[in-house]
Design a protein around this ligand. Structure first.
Ligand code: DGJ
Length: 748
C-alpha cells in the first residue's frame, strides 16, 4: 500500500508552511508514479456464471472499467483490455477512459459519481486505487476495492457481491473522510456502469395511484435521460426504482442483451443514463441528491444504497428469473418460506365495521379456505376516531366504542373461526387531528413559517429523530406485546413528504431526505430482529414502495389498489420484471364487475392470492369456484411461488396474455392464459410453453373451472411431451373478451 501510506502522512501535516507542503506534494507525486507503475497491471475481475465485470488500474493509478458483458473464457484475455481505449482514437480525448467512480473536477466532462466540497472549499475529488480484496459471502463473493483521493483524506470503498448462479451483481459504495470539519457531499452514486453498443433502448416503469408499473420504451440519444423522484416517502408513486436497457436493440422478452437494474432505496432515487460524444452509455444509479447536500462528519461512513443488476443475453424474461431466484434465495424476508392466503376487508367494508361484522368476515375467510383474515384501516383512535381518512393517524389504540373487546377479542374471534389474524398500520404518519400531533407537533415534518399543505389529510413523521423511531417501532411492539398471536402486518404509507423541514435537524436540513429513510430502516430492522417470523406486507397507497432494501424486512408488497383484472395484467407484468410473484400481492375484489369472478380470480392466482370481497356478493357457484381456486393455488404453490416464471405473451403486444410457471424439478407446470379484448376473427396462435423438460410426458388438465363447466380445450386430458408443448404449443386463446384458462401440467 505505498500510495495510501504517503497519502496519510501528507494529510497530517497539510496545514503547515507552504514550502513544506510543496515538498510533500512533490514527494507524493513521485510516490504516486512509483505506485502507478506497481499497480499498472492490477486487474480486478468480478464474475458470475454468465457475466464478467473487469476493472483495471490505469497508468495514472486510477480505476477504470474495461469490460462488462458475457463471461470470457480465457483469463489471459483480460490483459488485452486497455483502460483508456473506449473514448475513441483521437489524442487527448482517448485518455479519458471509463473511470469506475468518477469524481467531479477530473478531466471527464460527463456526469460524475461523486462530488464533495472539502473543508477548504475545493469542489474536486479524484480517487486513486489503493487495494482490493475478496471474500466468500452467502451465495457468492464480495470484492471490496479501496480508493483514496491523493489531495484530501477521503476514502471510498466500492463493494461488489457477485452471485454466480443467479447472475446477479449487487454493488454499493462507502464514503468517509478525516478532514477537520464535515465535508459536503452533493453527489453520491451507488456505482457507475459503462456500455459501448450501437444503440440503447430504455424501458422505464412510470406509475401513479392505481396505475403502477406502466412500461414504456425509448431510444437513448446523445445527452442525459434522468428518472427520479422527489416524493420522499411514498417515493415510488410516479416512477419505480428499476429499469431495463436493451443493448443494440429494444428490450425483448425472449432474446437479445438487456441490462436490468434496481436500487434498494425507499426514498428519493435517481437514475442517470448519459450517452456521450462518442456514443458510449454510462448508467448512474443513486440516491437523488435533490435538496440533500449531505454534511458528512469526519470518520462517519456514508453508505449508498445497493444497486442490484443482471445482464441477460436471452431477453428480459431470463433477466427476471435471475432476479426472482436471487430475491428468494438471499434478499426477500423469508424468501424461501410459504405465504398466507387471506381475506382483507378494505374494499368490502371500508371504515364501516364493528366487532360483529369482523367476526362474520373471519368465518367467511374460513369458508373460503384462506389462511388469514386481514383487518384494514379504521380500527384505532378515540379522541379523534378514525372513521374516515381525516383523523386518528398516530393514535394507535383501538376505538373502544367500535371494537369494545380490543384486538384481543379480534384475535380470539379469528381463533374461533380457525383463521389467523393480521392487522393494518400506517405508523410513519400523523393526522393533525390526533392526540399525537397535539402532544408532539414537532415530530411531524412541516415548515415552521409557511402554510401547511397536506396529502390525504396527513403529515409524515420525522424519522430522522430517534425518539420518533422509537415511537414508530412501539406501534408494532405494543400490538405484539398485547397480542403475540397477531400473524401479519400490512404496513401502509399513503403520503409523500410535504412541507419538507425537520425541527429535529435544525440547521442540517440537507440530511433530512436521507436520514429519514435511514430512520425507517432502523425501525424495520428492529421489527425484523424481534419478530422475524411475522410476515409483513409493504404497501404505499398501492404499490408506491417496491424496492429490495425495504423487502429485506417485508415478505411481500401490495402491487396496486387497482384490482380491475384487465389493468392488473399490465401491472403484474410490469412488477414481475423485477420481483418474484411470491412478493407480489394480488386480491380478488369487485373492481370491474363486468368481468367474471373466474377471470378476476385467475388473474390474482398468478401472484400471491388474496380476496377483498364480501362473500355475500357471490352466487353459490361463484363461491364454490373461489373455494376450488384457493385450494388449487395452495396445491400448486411449489410451481407458482417457488418455481420459474416464463412470460410468454405480453399484453403490451397482443390482445391476449400468457405465462407459465414450472416447478424446479420440472414435474409440475401451470399455464395461465387470458383473452383481453380480441379482435373479430383475429388469427389465434398456439401458446408455446417454456421451461419444461423436453423428454418428459405431461398430462394437460384445465383447472379453475366454474362448477357446471367442462373444459373446451382440445388438449384437455391428453398427454404431450415437453418438447411438443414447447415447440408446437397449446391452443388456449379464444375470441370472447375477458376469458381465461388455467392449465395444470403434470409429468407422468
Ligand atoms: C391504501 C392501501 O393501498 C389500501 O389497500 C388501503 O389499505 C388503504 N390505504 C387504507 O387507508
Amino acid at each position: 500500500e505505498i500510495g495510501s501510506g504517503l497519502v496519510g502522512s501528507e494529510m497530517c501535516i497539510r496545514d503547515r508552511s507552504y514550502t513544506m507542503k510543496n515538498l510533500l506534494v512533490t514527494l507524493f507525486a513521485f510516490a504516486s508514479l512509483t505506485y502507478a507503475h506497481a499497480a499498472e497491471k492490477e486487474t480486478i475481475r468480478i464474475s458470475t456464471d454468465n457475466t464478467d465485470l473487469v476493472l483495471q488500474v490505469g497508468e495514472n493509478g486510477r480505476l477504470y472499467q474495461t469490460y462488462l458483458g458475457e463471461k470470457l473464457l480465457h483469463q489471459q484475455d483480460l490483459q488485452n483490455f486497455r483502460w483508456n481505449i473506449h473514448a475513441g482514437s483521437d489524442g487527448s480525448v482517448s485518455k479519458r477512459g471509463w473511470e469506475v467512480y468518477s469524481g467531479s473536477g477530473n478531466e471527464d466532462y460527463f456526469e460524475p459519481a461523486i462530488a464533495i466540497t472539502h473543508n477548504d472549499g475545493n469542489p474536486s475529488t479524484i480517487l486513486y486505487y489503493v487495494s482490493s480484496s475478496s471474500k466468500p459471502v452467502e451465495g457468492g463473493t464480495e470484492t471490496v476495492i479501496n480508493l483514496r483521493d491523493n489531495q484530501y483524506p477521503v476514502d471510498v470503498a466500492l463493494h461488489y457481491v457477485a452471485y454466480p448462479k443467479e447472475n446477479i451483481i449487487k454493488t454499493w459504495s462507502e464514503i468517509k473522510h478525516q478532514e477537520k470539519k464535515p465535508v459536503v457531499l452533493s453527489t453520491y452514486a451507488s456505482t457507475m456502469l459503462y456500455f459501448n453498443n450501437s444503440s440503447y433502448y430504455l424501458t422505464e416503469f412510470s406509475s401513479d395511484w392505481a396505475k403502477e408499473a406502466q412500461m414504456s420504451s425509448q431510444q437513448l440519444q446523445f445527452g442525459k435521460k434522468v428518472i427520479d423522484t422527489k416524493l420522499g416517502s411514498r417515493a415510488a408513486m410516479h416512477t419505480h426504482p428499476f429499469f431495463e436497457v436493451g443493448l443494440d436493440q429494444p428490450v425483448n422478452e425472449h432474446q437479445g442483451d438487456v441490462l436490468m437494474g434496481t436500487l434498494g432505496w425507499t426514498g428519493n432515487f435517481r437514475f442517470t443514463f448519459e450517452v456521450d460524444n462518442v456514443g458510449n452509455l454510462r448508467v448512474i444509479p443513486a440516491i437523488n441528491p435533490y435538496a440533500s447536500n449531505y454534511e458528512l462528519k469526519p470518520n462517519e461512513v456514508f453508505t449508498t444504497p445497493e444497486f442490484i443488476f443482471t445482464l441477460s443475453y436471452d431477453g428480459a424474461s431470463q433477466g427476471s428469473r435471475n432476479l426472482h431466484e436471487w430475491a428468494r434465495n438471499y434478499s426477500l424476508k423469508d424468501g424461501k418460506g410459504s405465504r398466507l392466503t387471506l381475506l382483507n376487508n378494505w374494499e368490502n367494508t371500508g371504515f364501516n365495521f364493528n366487532q360483529e361484522i369482523l367476526a362474520e368476515l373471519m368465518k367467511e375467510a374460513k369458508h373460503l379456505g384462506v389462511d388469514m383474515f386481514l383487518l384494514d384501516d379504521g380500527w384505532f383512535a378515540n379522541k379523534y376516531p378514525r372513521k374516515d381518512d381525516h383523523a386518528g393517524l398516530g393514535d394507535w389504540e383501538v376505538t373502544h366504542d367500535k371494537l369494545p373487546g380490543g384486538i384481543p377479542a379480534l384475535v380470539k374471534a379469528a381463533k374461533d373461526a380457525d383463521v389467523k389474524f393480521g392487522i393494518w398500520i400506517e405508523p410513519e404518519m400523523v393526522n393533525p387531528k390526533s392526540e399525537l400531533f397535539e402532544k408532539h407537533p414537532d415530530w411531524a415534518i412541516q415548515l415552521p413559517n409557511r402554510e401547511t399543505y397536506y396529502y390525504r389529510n396527513q403529515l409524515v413523521l420525522d424519522l430522522s429523530n430517534p425518539k420518533v423511531q422509537d415511537y414508530v417501532y412501539g406501534v408494532v411492539e405494543n400490538i405484539m406485546q398485547e397480542n403475540p398471536d397477531v400473524a401479519f402486518f400490512k404496513w401502509d404509507c399513503n403520503s409523500p413528504i410535504t412541507n419538507i423541514y425537520s425541527a429535529y435537524l435544525k440547521d442540517k436540513q440537507g440530511l433530512l431526505y436521507i436520514d429519514h429513510v435511514r430512520g425507517i430502516y432502523n425501525v424495520m430492522k428492529r421489527v425484523k430482529a424481534n419478530y422475524p417470523n411475522v410476515p409483513m406486507m409493504l404497501c404505499s397507497g398501492g404499490g408506491a414502495r417496491c424496492d429490495y432494501e425495504a423487502l429485506k424486512y417485508f415478505t411481500e408488497f401490495w402491487c396496486s389498489d387497482n384490482t380491475d383484472p384487465v389493468e392488473r395484467l399490465y401491472i403484474q407484468w410490469g412488477f414481475s420484471q423485477f420481483f418474484p410473484v411470491k412478493a407480489m400481492d394480488a386480491h380478488v375484489t369487485s373492481w370491474n364487475k363486468a368481468t367474471s369472478i373466474k377471470f378476476r380470480t385467475d388473474v390474482a392466482s398468478m401472484c400471491k392470492l388474496g380476496f377483498d370481497i364480501g362473500l355475500k356478493e357471490l352466487t353459490a357457484d361463484e363461491l364454490t369456484y373461489c373455494q376450488t381456486a384457493v385450494a388449487n393455488w395452495k396445491r400448486l404453490q411449489n410451481a407458482i411461488m417457488d418455481g420459474d416464471q416464463y412470460r410468454l405473451v405480453s399484453p403490451y403486444e397482443e390482445n391476449h396474455m400468457a405465462l407459465n410457471y414450472v416447478s424446479k424439478d420440472a414435474n409440475k407446470a401451470v399455464l395461465f392464459a387470458y383473452d383481453i379484448h380480441p379482435r373479430f376473427q383475429e388469427k389465434l396462435m398456439a401458446v408455446k410453453l417454456q421451461g419444461l423438460d423436453p423428454d418428459k410426458q405431461y398430462k394437460v388438465e384445465e383447472i379453475n373451472l366454474m362448477p357446471a363447466a367442462t373444459s373446451r380445450l382440445e388438449a384437455n386430458g391428453k398427454i404431450y411431451s415437453g418438447d411438443y408443448l414447447m415447440k408446437v404449443g397449446l391452443n388456449v386463446f379464444g375470441f370472447i373478451h375477458t376469458q381465461s384458462h388455467v392449465v395444470e401440467l403434470t409429468a407422468q
